[in-house]
Design a binder for this molecule. Sequence first.
Ligand code: PLP
Length: 421
Amino acid sequence: MDHFLYRDGHLYAEDVSVAEIAATVGTPFYVYSTATLERHFRLFDEALDGMDHLVCYAMKAASNQAILKTLAALGAGMDVVSGGEYARAKAAGVPGERIVFSGVGKTRDEIHAALSGGIRQFNVESEPEMAVINEVALELGVVAPITVRVNPDVDAKTHAKIATGKSENKFGIPIARAREVYAHAATLPGLKVIGIDVHIGSQLTQLEPFRLAYDKVAELTEQLRADGHEISRLDLGGGLGIPYERSNDAPPLPTEYGALVKETLGHLGCEIEIEPGRLIAGNAGLMISKTIYVKSGEDRDFLIVDGAMNDLIRPAMYEAHHDIVPVVEPAPGVEKTSYDVVGPVCETGDTFAKERIMAPVNAGDLVAFRSAGAYGAVMASEYNTRPLIPEVLVNGDQFAVIRRRPTFDEMINRDTIPEWL
Ligand SMILES: *Cc1c(COP(=O)(O)O)cnc(C)c1O
């Protein structure tokens, strides 16, 4: 459920008219709903009630500081995957002890920054990385808390580009080698092993892959404890999918996911960490775009909108579906038509939807791309020298621009011309 609903025929974000925001900030733009972000965070938090736990929002999904502050105020930790995200989380006021550092290629500088600024734990992805974390910790005279990310060789049954838990993927260490790697970690004085990490992919629409992975983690926990390691924290990653197509079957709910976690891992007495990104932010954001032209082609009509693949790359990158709805609610019973919905960028890949059946749209009409809150603004680029589009946060009847649109001058002046030109 989200807080983007029609009221008297106009789309609202909570208590603010989307058309009013468009009139103020111009199109295209992203708009997020505070109430939806909060609701999604609480769903996860409550799903793990009764277990010692921390929900660490995977901020790569949508990393504007206003979003981070909204979630941190509810007690969220953050899962970061780069030095930039670490700095951003700190800038948003998140304390180091609530920041988890994931990612397959943490550099020495990033490790140094996190150890100096405070970190809850590193999720270590390889032995060479483990060696560097140990070295940097010893240089700084601190002990780095770590988990080791294991790759359970489980098919997440999701899009190939976002499956991470198969042995052919670059992530983690093979679970079969885990005992050996933990034994080595225990000999490194700059490290303190505190648990196990696993993350098998994103946009999972079934619980079964999670069950397979968590059963393996439970077994490993007992083996490692028997080997003499202290395993007190299990980081279970993110990955629960969201319903991009309202007409389709819904993915499992956080409550069902929480019940699975309790069932598979509850008996171990570990602190549970989860790192949801998409489920918290995805349906908490829309991309709003204006129709520039309706163009009649040979065998189809094109809706040419002012948003493009550089603003929302998911359709081009993952063949992703986004529901597209008009901001002015169509009259009941209006006859639907079919459009290819495209942006202005000079690539055929700049296509949001093919043969989409929807109510007729005219030039100048606003349309909303639903479920655009996660992996939307954060993956945007300035391709075609198109400015990064603004982000707006709504809270009840208020809204604020939380990242403004840069001017052409700001964009162009980032280039520096060598003196020989
Ligand atoms: C991307 C990622 C997540 C978040 O995945 P979602 O599908 O957005 O929930 C969590 N943990 C790690 C390590 C990730 O790489």
